[in-house]
Design a binder for this molecule. Structure first.
Ligand SMILES: CCCCCCCC/C=C\CCCCCCCC(=O)N[C@@H](CC(N)=O)C(=O)O
Ligand code: ZN
Ligand code: ZN
Length: 523
């Protein structure tokens, strides 16, 4: 007992040192985190820089022009250019759409600056010649086709009616993607009418089968350009948008420019058992085995990877616009990614950026109520996070299902797309950012990950600068309208889109970006 006293005080002394060391580490971590929080504002940069002057033609539309513009847009919505499968497209509607384009944009089709060609019967490629051929051209993409829509699903207006309700135009394609098709050509029509001639040449590509992967439209347009040895400065396609109130704690709306898109895998799950009379069933049916497998996939989402891909850049760009506790976390994802990720995982549209998502989209089995089903099949569509690959995702699925009786076949798949630069010297990103801020000064611009796929993935050999953005204003609940019910756009939003494309086209006429910290960049 006599020796216990000094031993105990020795232990206490060590504990005291350990405690002090831990405190020091925590304090330094806190200081680093605080300094990062106070210093991280990646949104200044080129905004303050001196941009080369170009003659800017404002749109200044009359009331009549506004009405005409909306009438043409509504006509586009009324044509049901539905893609059901790669071999089942509404070709009558696609032909009608081609005629509408010619009728709606006569100046574009008549201009000596514009060359137009039809590709793969229904897709369109426009070349708008620039006066300075040494400037590398860029390209704007959009698609004509839409996904199916049925009024009986609960639409407030028939999906191909373009009906106006409270200053919104309702219809399939108002957000995906006829607002871009018509918006781009409408901007060009007005610019040409006002005598505009671009310095930098550009292409416009309108695909006709994007909703069924673009294997005919976009792929052939891209192939044609590759055969002509075209190189693009950058390319802009549909994808991300303006989020307003979608991210809790963010002060004001933000424009997210997709600098990459997730990969995709469609996996067919099948179970085969012996058929027979339903009066003598086995303990497990093919449908039961498959249902259990599907349930395991839904109960065990793919691992959280938040912070391991370019979504980290999104939060670093937005950090200064978050309120305090969130600002501290968003600036320090090296420490807080697991917490922020869990918070984002609560809603489908933000969960999509935290992991590879698993969606069971088709389930079939059985032919008659009194026959034991011999085959049951399900299709699972996965959208693959930037830090994952198709192979890893397939392995994880097999491990989660853990049942040899469930056969898994990869129907179609590709890895996440390369990440385009969003640095201060990236011509495409900075021109987009400037154009967004010229038209919508209230926005904060950030790079983002597009959770869906776009035609732009077929163009990856033509440029390293692939961006996915349209200035569509999305408030909470609006993301669900895309491919869902009550797809709609406000009249003001459509007009602003035309203004945005008009500004973008003119901003692209600068020869170089203004000088940044890392020096002037030649293109
Ligand atoms: C900080 C993160 C906030 C995230 C909130 C973002 C909300 C984004 C909302 C909507 C994104 C909509 C994406 C539109 C693009 C649609 C493209 C499409 O439908 N593609 C099809 C067809 C194809 N090409 O494969 C698809 O299945 O992906
Ligand atoms: Zn689309
Ligand atoms: Zn779509």
């Amino acid at each position: 007992m006599a020796g216990a006293g000094p031993k105990k005080s020795k232990v206490f002394r060590y504990l005291k040192y350990i405690f002090l060391a831990v405190l020091c580490v925590l304090l330094s971590l806190f200081t680093v985190a605080l300094l990062r929080t106070l210093s991280l504002n990646v949104n200044v940069g080129l905004q303050l820089a001196h941009w080369e002057e170009t003659n800017h033609i404002g749109l200044d539309l009359s009331q009549r022009q506004r009405e005409e513009m909306l009438t043409r847009f509504k006509e586009a919505i009324r044509i049901p250019t539905v893609s059901y499968s790669p071999t089942d497209l509404n070709t009558t509607a696609l032909r009608e759409f081609s005629s509408l384009l010619r009728k709606a944009f006569p100046t574009v089709f008549a201009s000596s600056l514009v060359q137009h060609e039809v590709v793969a019967e229904y897709s369109h490629l426009f070349w708008v010649q620039g006066s300075q051929p040494d400037l590398l051209p860029y390209m704007l993409l959009a698609h004509i086709d839409v996904v199916p829509a049925s009024e009986s699903d609960g639409w407030e207006a028939p999906p191909f009616s373009a009906k106006e309700i409270d200053d919104f135009i309702y219809g399939r394609g108002t957000l995906d993607n006829k607002e871009c098709v018509m918006g781009i050509l409408q901007a060009l029509e007005y610019l040409l009418l006002r005598g505009y001639a671009p310095r930098r040449g550009f292409y416009i590509g309108l695909g006709h089968d994007e909703e069924v992967s673009g294997f005919n439209g976009a792929m052939n347009v891209a192939r044609l350009l590759e055969q002509r040895h075209v190189q693009l400065s950058f390319l802009l396609d549909e994808g991300l948008l303006v989020v307003d109130g979608v991210l809790k704690g963010l002060d004001g709306p933000a424009a997210l420019i997709g600098v990459t898109e997730k990969g995709m895998a469609t996996v067919k799950l099948s179970v085969i058992t012996a058929p027979g009379h339903s009066s003598m069933p086995p303990r497990e049916s093919s449908i039961g085995i498959l249902a259990a497998a599907v349930k395991r996939l839904e109960d065990n989402p793919m691992p959280m990877l938040f912070g391991q891909g370019p979504e980290r850049g999104t939060f670093e760009h937005l950090a200064h616009k978050f309120n305090f506790p969130l600002r501290f976390m968003a600036s320090n994802l090296w420490l807080f990614a697991p917490i922020v990720g869990r918070f984002l995982a609560l809603k489908p549209e933000t969960n999509a950026i935290t992991r590879t998502t698993t969606a069971v989209t088709m389930f079939n089995g059985g032919v008659k109520y009194n026959i034991l089903p011999s085959v049951a099949e399900a299709y699972v569509n996965l959208r693959i996070h930037s830090a994952h690959s198709v192979r890893e995702v397939m392995d994880l699925m097999e491990w989660t299902v853990g049942d040899q009786r469930v056969r898994m076949d990869l129907v179609e798949g590709f890895d996440p797309l390369p990440v385009s630069s969003y640095s201060e010297t990236s011509f495409g990103f900075q021109i987009l950012k400037k154009s967004i801020l010229d038209v919508f000064p209230q926005l904060t611009v950030a790079p983002g990950v597009c959770m869906a796929n776009t035609d732009s993935r077929h163009y990856k050999d033509l440029t390293t600068g692939v961006y996915r953005f349209a200035p569509i204003w999305a408030k909470p609940g609006d993301a669900q309208r895309i491919h869902g019910i009550n797809e709609r756009i406000s009249k003001k939003n459509y007009e602003d889109m035309v203004g945005f494309y008009s500004t973008l086209i003119q901003n692209c006429d600068v020869r170089t970006l203004p000088e940044s910290h890392s020096g002037v960049h030649e293109f």
